[in-house]
Design a protein around this ligand. Structure first.
Ligand code: ATP
Ligand code: MG
Length: 273
């Protein structure tokens, strides 16, 4: 259903004194993967490994230097007239800035509904849609007139999930979407995401640096290390990872002390990649 083929991304280095030519920093190197419909792919990696950059490429916000992403066999971002295209919705970590502070909950979710109406060339009963979406994400419909600052972090993130669903996407990409919530709320939201996924037959991409949420929610896990795919595996066989970085990450979760005592052996990792 989603196929990424040999993705390369680089950015210009800042503060360059060179007059001829520009130096570029390679962020993603030859990233490829396949996700089937209904699966959840966890993208796991340390800060700066390129997870969000890969997320932006997947949903078509960033054009890669090389490589392509296909959704149901169509290149991402291609526009075919008169045809219903499948789309990817995104939920970001920073729900406070991704939700316009002057929009009410009704206004925020309506944005998504309008996008769906335009794409599918239909006209919906917006109030009814909003009520259904709020109920689906476990919020009271009486919240419709509230502004973002009148909601808790967990509630606002539920509104962002409702807005993502309003678009009627085939895939939802979550970029650290639950990372800034407390542990209890994280579990609640993950349970909610599981329920919604089953009910709507959605495919998820879940970017995180937290292994626990991957084991809870995902079927596959992609370990990203310095912009390269270190390993892709089924979550069920995650204990058998072979790449040193992936192993280190697993050990760190099961034995936090191990991480403190033995810093990652860069040389061992470089030899393996
Ligand atoms: N638009 C940009 N221009 C230049 N460099 C960028 C740009 N976007 C990202 N980078 C660089 O690319 C690298 C990877 O960034 P990215 O945001 O993908 O990391 P990440 O894995 O999501 O990290 P985190 O876990 O902290 O969110 C970083 O070194 C970052 O500075
Ligand atoms: Mg990121």
């Amino acid at each position: 259903m989603i196929e990424a083929e040999h993705i390369y991304v680089s950015f210009k280095k800042e503060n360059q004194t060179k007059i001829f030519g520009v130096e570029r920093q390679q962020i993603l190197k030859d990233v490829s993967f396949v996700i089937k419909k209904g699966e959840c792919l966890g993208i796991l990696g340390e800060s700066g490994s390129g997870k969000s950059t890969l997320g932006r490429v997947i949903c078509g916000l960033l054009k890669p230097d090389k490589g392509k992403v296909f959704l149901n066999g169509e290149p991402i971002g291609s526009r075919k007239k008169g045809e219903k295209r499948a789309v990817i919705s995104v939920v970001f970590q920073d729900y406070t800035t991704s939700a316009n502070p002057r929009f009410t909950v009704r206004g925020l979710i309506s944005e998504g509904i309008r996008a769906r109406e335009r794409r599918e060339k239909i006209s919906l009963d917006r109030e009814k849609e909003i009520d259904e979406l709020l109920t689906l994400v476990g919020l009271s419909i009486s919240y419709k007139n509230r502004l973002p600052h009148e909601l808790s972090g967990g509630q606002l993130q539920r509104v962002c999930i409702a807005r993502a669903l309003a678009v009627n996407p085939a895939v939802i990409l979550f970029d650290e979407a639950i990372s800034s919530l407390d542990a209890h709320t994280q579990v609640q939201i993950m349970d909610l995401l599981k329920q919604i996924q089953e009910r709507k037959e959605l495919t998820y991409i879940f970017i995180t640096h937290d292994l626990t949420s991957v084991t809870y929610l995902c079927t596959q896990v992609l370990f990203l290390y310095q912009g390269e795919v270190a390993e892709i595996r089924s979550v069920k066989t995650m204990g058998d990872v072979t790449h040193p970085y992936a192993r280190k990450l697993l050990h760190a979760i099961f034995d936090v002390e191990a991480m403190r005592e033995e810093p990652i052996d860069e040389e061992e990792i470089l030899c393996a990649t």
